[in-house]
Each structure stands twice: as structure tokens, then as C-alpha cells.
Design a binder for this molecule. Structure first.
Ligand code: ACO
Length: 329
């Protein structure tokens, strides 16, 4: 019997209509277009409409991914959602809600919570389920309405994040030239207080008690940790697969900060045309950022079957990860 490989069969994404520009933010907090562009590379981000929760963004991306894989919703036998801004605080999972919206009944549906690394964590799970034969077509979705957890008086965080969703179908192939080559995921919980949102059992939200249910981040410290972890990670994943940076067609990193992306890209000696940048138009969309970026490359007609992609992400937890995948669509 030939070996089964997991493959990214398709990609889809959705970005909400409403734009929040740097000029808009200049009117809300003490910031400037110049500071935001120079320090982050962000020009604008999208914001979910009032009636759009994470699952509503995810449903549009998911339908596109299923259709582009040439499948129906009934062909999906597992749904994994990566989000830090799910529809509800812990229960039910956004995956369960999304499965309901997609008409998927009786399939396993669960969330992974790994902040901005969530899509790589979901990809890792999907790969394992498909390669073990426990699932045939896993839908993985990164969906974020993180604007709901922004304090729009805190300039150090609110200028960074935007909303959106991306989705991919991970199926089986016996063709290694279309396979997900490797996924590497890591965490270091001693750094949990670099990035967090309150409201859980550690400090539950209670009436009359001061609380801050907004994203809080030690930006500069996180920046340095991200550059170090990601640089080591991408070098290691290439080395353990005997691949060279020159073989990467698309380096598609999590879009948190242009300077982090450049530092990691330079450590590998990548050229500008290998590096995919969407941060200018979407900001940091957390778990949605990598699939949204893959989707942009796909819709620009630049993503071909068999193209080798290097993905990487760093986020709250702390968590980080990287993946090497040949596009299978
Ligand atoms: N506008 C103007 N000035 C600002 C702003 C702003 N929006 N925000 C901060 N500043 C000021 C600070 O107050 C500080 O002023 P001071 O020197 O007078 O004290 C100065 O700018 C420099 O602040 P730093 O925080 O040192 O700026 P830095 O260059 O580190 O950039 C940033 C901040 C953009 C947040 C960067 O540190 C970063 O991108 N960090 C990593 C983010 C990340 O990767 N997170 C992980 C993924 S997210 C997730 O998992 C949910």
C-alpha cells in the first residue's frame, strides 16, 4: 500500500468590508501614520460588522475552500477552528457553531487556542489525523474578530490588529509533490504574561469588579522573542528536511510586524519575491493571517500546484511554529 500524505487541497478567505485606516486611528489615539507604518508596516485593517462574529467570518472562507477543493460540506469529516476571539467565552466552541452553520452534523469539531500560531497548530493536527487515516478531509479555519478585544484607547495594541478569516481543506494524497512536508510547533508557557486577555478562571469577569477584557501585550519583549524563536525555527525545519531556502517559492509568515518578517527572511537570505506581505492591508489578523495571505497569493494567480511554501507564526502562550507544505490544489 502506498504511503498517505496530507495535502493542502484548497484555500479560501474572507475580509470584512469596513476599513480602519491609520488616519482613522490618528483621530482615536495619540499615534501617527508615520509611526505605525515605520514600526509595523500596517496601513489599514478590516473590522467585522456588528453582526459578524468569528464564525460568521469563518463561514464565508470555509465555503470558498470547500468549493475550491471540489468537495461538498458533507465530504468534510473534521472541522478545526483556530481563534482567540471566538463567538463565546469558552463554550460552545466556535468550531461547533461553525459546523452548525455549514450544515455539518455528527463530525468532530473543536477549537485550538494558540493565538497567532493557531493556524499552524491546526495544520499540524489535520496532518496527523489525515496521515493516520482517522480523517479524510479536514477543514481548518482561522477566524478572528479580535477588534472586539481591543482597547481603542491603548495605542500600543489597538493599531496592530484587524479582523478576517481564512480556511483550507487538508485531504489525502499519495503524491509527495503535493504533500505537507513537515510541521513543527512549540510553546513556552513561562512567557504567558507577554500577551493575554483577561476573563478566564484566573480572574473572571464579575459585575462591580474592575477588569480589562482586552488584549494586553508587552510589545517590545514579544518582538525580540518572536525574532529569535522564528529565526531558529525556520532554519531547523529546513535543515531537518534537507531543504534549502532557495527552494522556497513562497515564504508566508504570520503578519504581525514587517520588521519581524524582514529579520526572519534575511536570516534565510530570501529575496523580496519569495516573501509574501499582506500586513499593509490587513494588519495582524492573528490565526487568520497565514491562510488569508495564502489566499491572496492564490487569487493573484501566483500559487501553483507543488509550490513549496514555508509558513511561520509566533503568538500568545507563548506559542510558535513553522510548516513546509507543497500546495496540493
Ligand atoms: N503610536 C505612537 N507611539 C507609540 C505607539 C503608537 N501606536 N505605540 C507605542 N508607542 C511609543 C511607545 O510609548 C514608546 O514611546 P517611548 O519611547 O516614549 O517610551 C515608543 O513608541 C516605542 O515603543 P516600543 O513598544 O518599544 O516600540 P516597538 O518598536 O517595539 O514597536 C510593536 C511596538 C509594534 C508592538 C512591536 O514591539 C511588535 O510588533 N511586537 C511584536 C508583536 C507580535 O509579534 N506579537 C505576537 C503575535 S500577536 C498574538 O499572538 C495575538
Amino acid at each position: 500500500m502506498s504511503k498517505i500524505y496530507a495535502s493542502m487541497l484548497s484555500i479560501g478567505a474572507y475580509s470584512p468590508q469596513k476599513r480602519l485606516t491609520n488616519a482613522d486611528l490618528e483621530k482615536m489615539v495619540d499615534t501617527s501614520e508615520e509611526w505605525i507604518v515605520k514600526r509595523t508596516g500596517i496601513k489599514e485593517r478590516r473590522i467585522a460588522a456588528e453582526n459578524e462574529a468569528a464564525s460568521d467570518l469563518g463561514v464565508v472562507a470555509a465555503k470558498k475552500a470547500i468549493e475550491r477543493a471540489g468537495l461538498n460540506a458533507s465530504d468534510i469529516d473534521m472541522l478545526i477552528v483556530a481563534t482567540l476571539s471566538g463567538d463565546f467565552l469558552f463554550m460552545p466552541s466556535t468550531a461547533a457553531v461553525l459546523a452548525g452553520k455549514l450544515g455539518m452534523k455528527n463530525i468532530p469539531a473543536f477549537d485550538v487556542l494558540a493565538a497567532c500560531s493557531g493556524f499552524i497548530y491546526a495544520l499540524s493536527s489535520a496532518k496527523a489525523y489525515v496521515e493516520s487515516g482517522m480523517a479524510s478531509n479536514v477543514l481548518i479555519v482561522g477566524a478572528e474578530a479580535s477588534s472586539r478585544f481591543m482597547d481603542y484607547s491603548d495605542r500600543s495594541v489597538c493599531v496592530l490588529f484587524g479582523d478576517g478569516a481564512g480556511a483550507a481543506v487538508i485531504g489525502a494524497t499519495d503524491d509527495p509533490s503535493r504533500a505537507i512536508v513537515d510541521v513543527k510547533i512549540s510553546s513556552d508557557g513561562t512567557g504567558w504574561d507577554n500577551l493575554f486577555i483577561e476573563g478566564g478562571s484566573k480572574n473572571p469577569i464579575r459585575e462591580g469588579k474592575p477588569h480589562k477584557p482586552f488584549m494586553q501585550m508587552k510589545g517590545n519583549e514579544t518582538f525580540k522573542l518572536a525574532v529569535r524563536a522564528l529565526t531558529n525555527d525556520v532554519i531547523e525545519i529546513l535543515a531537518r528536511n534537507n531543504l534549502k531556502a532557495s527552494q522556497i517559492v513562497h515564504f508566508i509568515p504570520h503578519q504581525a510586524n514587517l520588521r519581524i518578517i524582514k529579520a526572519v527572511g534575511e536570516s534565510l537570505g530570501l529575496s523580496d519575491d519569495q516573501v509574501v506581505l499582506t500586513i499593509d492591508r490587513y494588519g495582524n489578523t492573528s490565526a487568520a493571517s497565514i491562510p488569508m495571505a495564502i489566499n491572496d497569493v492564490y487569487e493573484e494567480g501566483r500559487l501553483k500546484t507543488g509550490d513549496l511554501m514555508l509558513l511561520d507564526a509566533f503568538g500568545g502562550g507563548l506559542t510558535w511554529g513553522s510548516a513546509l507544505a507543497r500546495f496540493g490544489g
